[in-house]
Design a protein around this ligand. Structure first.
Ligand code: 28G
Length: 634
């Protein structure tokens, strides 16, 4: 028996473990896991560009919406035979799992934690994958099915230039739903073109036959311009602060203060968005705060009568920070928060002196920034006084202040209680009679809900329906939001199953998303699913959510003896309270959809773009994203 150490076993492995436990490698087999496959292949192409060997990357989403080709014009994966193995380097890269081994020394991996094992993981989880390489004047090809080669590496002809192309189709026996999201892919490609300046990144979408090229010579500075313009924010100084630092951590940072009242800094680690921040963002905030404070102190600019808090200094701040590190540790449910403790002080001490130096050399800009912070502090003090006044009024009049049309629940603690926001009085009536009054409250909306996209909070609250909703919720809005004061555990939107109902649901969701996003991110907003059809077959009754569901039920339950009787509900209002309870309200039998925001930036853009367009497209967008929560038993 030959002797080998444990190290040899763990370094090289076949792909069976990947197929057995895909979640260990890509986080799960849902939508996020599916897209992880794309990022892994894309990252390899980006690495080749980052190391200076490729200048163009092309990603094609094929017409089926479920297969992808990525190509780059880099050196091409080596095709020569491995010394020890009988396989080519190319085949090794796609069939051997490099478990935890440091793959390529001296160059950063862009992937979050896979260390270049990406290609083999994608191959293992693909029903089909084809790799082709142009190198040394020839085109080389090899194909795989579920990670196993379907034949040897073959020379397929002559070729000019060099590069790698990878086609793959995820395995339907592993992924329950294989449908790539063009908006998500597009966003990732665009961001890559900013983070890796000069690289030409093309997105070819064969589903809608569109094509976009992303190419930015100025990198993050171009990205910042775009974000500032997109948000309609007015800068308070012309030249943004820009800092680049090579080494470990490699840092790329741009900052600009604007008149906007919120703070908007996007962060990336090894090209991966960290939407929930983490230690790098903490370091940035610390360094930035100290730099501005030092400047204020050195130049005796401290205001009288107010004290600046950290948030005042960052109000209106818009920026992008991209770092590259060797061993990123991601945490959180969606793995979008960085948790490398050493990064906080590393970023802090890199940013502070550079920003302080910049402030001291751009005195008028520095004064504009300080002036902006002082203004923020004064506004904060003024609004706190106003808020205190409102709170006092609410406290003295107590529940009398609740909207008259709210049918509140009578018992149950907050976590067990639910607020159903219902369109129209007659639907509200059915819901009021059908509900469990101890734990379910009903708020009927009478007038039309307004489209709040792009409106200020003050304008929004002029709308009676939304103002009533805010009062019923109790948690406040905008900066005055306080989850602790929320009066219900869940907020459920109950709208008709038709296109008008979808429209209203979308308007309500836009309001939540833009003005009380914390309710969504805390997982408290849901969509009820009232049936659209009642189907009676013999003694059995079934409920269908939509046309497709109706057709499926008819097929499933057709028995040849009795003719199915189908009733289409015109609206919730004509549903008997008992029926509404059985199908939609009863926690034991209903199914709620939890509204989620998997990707803040993509959601932001799509809501913004779709708000001017037809409601059904918007509703589809939201439903597609809500679907994943269907399994949750709520
Ligand atoms: C199109 C989709 C994704 C890639 C390359 C190029 C090389 C490479 C890739 O080598 C193996 C291990 C360390 C050298 C490297 C070519 C050196 C010389 C490469 C990609 C060999 C990996 N010539 N391009 N891998 N290394 N593009 N795009 O995957 O020792 S992967």
């Amino acid at each position: 028996m030959s002797s080998y150490s444990a190290k040899d076993i763990t370094v090289l492995e076949g792909l069976d473990p990947v197929r057995k436990r895909p979640g260990m490698y890509i986080g799960g087999v849902g939508t996020a896991g599916l897209h992880h496959l794309v990022w892994e292949i894309l990252d390899n192409a980006v690495d080749e560009a980052m190391n200076g060997f490729a200048s163009s990357i092309l990603l094609t989403l094929h017409a089926d919406g479920s297969s992808i080709t990525v190509s780059d014009d880099g050196r091409g994966i080596p095709v020569d035979k491995h010394r020890s193995a009988k396989k080519s380097a190319l085949e090794v890269i796609f069939t051997v799992l490099h478990a935890g081994g440091k793959f390529e020394h001296g160059s950063y991996k862009t992937a979050g934690g896979l260390h270049g094992v990406g290609a083999s993981v994608v191959n293992a989880l693909s029903s089909e994958l084809r790799a082709s390489v142009k190198r040394d004047g020839a085109l080389w090809e090899i194909g795989f099915k579920r990670g196993k080669p379907t034949g040897p590496l073959k020379k397929a002809g002559a070729a000019r230039g060099t590069g790698t192309a990878v086609f793959f189709h995820p395995d339907p026996t592993i992924f329950p739903k294989i449908e790539f999201d063009p908006a998500t892919i597009r966003e990732r490609l665009e961001v890559a073109s900013y983070i890796h300046k000069g690289v030409r990144v093309t997105f070819e979408n064969e589903v809608d036959r569109s094509k976009e090229v992303f190419h930015h010579e100025e990198g993050l500075s171009d990205y910042l311009k775009k974000i500032v313009a997109e948000r309609g924010a007015k800068p308070v100084h012309d030249m943004p602060f820009a800092q680049t630092r090579e080494g470990d951590p490699r840092l790329d940072l741009v900052l600009q203060w604007t008149e906007s009242t919120d703070e908007h800094v996007r962060s990336y680690v090894n090209g991966i968005p960290t939407g929930s921040g983490g230690t790098h963002e903490n370091g940035l905030r610390a360094g930035l705060g100290k730099a501005v404070r030092n400047y204020i102190e050195t130049h005796a600019l401290a205001p009288k009568g107010v004290t600046l808090v950290a948030e005042d200094i960052r109000e209106g701040l818009t920026g992008v920070v991209s770092i590259f590190i060797q061993e990123p540790q991601f945490q959180g449910q969606t793995k979008d928060r960085l948790n490398n403790p050493e990064l906080t002080s590393a970023i802090d001490s890199a940013v502070r002196p550079a920003l302080e130096h910049w402030l001291n050399h751009n005195r008028s800009t520095a004064e504009a920034i300080v002036g902006r912070a002082i203004l923020a502090a004064r506004a904060r003090e003024a609004s706190r006084a106003a808020q205190a006044e409102v709170t006092r009024k609410t406290a003295t009049s107590g529940r009398l202040n609740l909207p008259g049309k709210l049918s509140d629940c009578t018992g149950a603690g907050r976590e067990d209680s639910e607020l159903f926001v219902v369109e129209g009085d007659s639907a509200g009536g059915s819901a009021k009679q059908g509900r469990d009054r101890t734990r379910q409250a009903i708020l009927p909306l009478r007038g039309k809900v307004m489209n709040t996209e792009g409106l200020t909070l003050a304008k929004v609250l002029e709308n009676k329906e939304l103002a009533d909703l805010v009062t019923a919720l109790g948690c406040g809005v905008g900066k005055g939001f306080d989850l602790g004061r929320l009066r219900y555990g869940r907020i459920v939107i109950l709208a008709d199953a038709d296109s008008d109902g979808h429209h209203i649901a979308t308007l309500l969701l836009t309001f939540f998303y833009r003005h009380i996003p914390q309710l969504i991110s805390n997982g408290r907003v849901f969509l009820a699913q009232p049936p659209l059809y009642r189907i009676d077959i013999g003694k059995e009754t079934h409920w269908a959510l939509d046309d497709a569901h109706r057709d499926r039920l008819l097929k499933q339950h057709a028995n040849g003896r009795s003719n199915p009787e189908i009733t289409r509900f015109k609206g919730l209002g004509e549903m008997m309270p008992k029926v509404l309870w059985d199908t939609t309200l009863n926690p034991k039998t209903r199914r709620l959809l939890r509204v989620e925001i998997p990707d803040q930036i993509v959601t932001d853009r799509v809501i913004n773009e779709l708000m001017g367009k037809d409601a059904s497209a918007r509703f589809r967008f939201i439903m597609e994203r809500a679907e994943e929560a269907q399994e949750l038993d709520v």
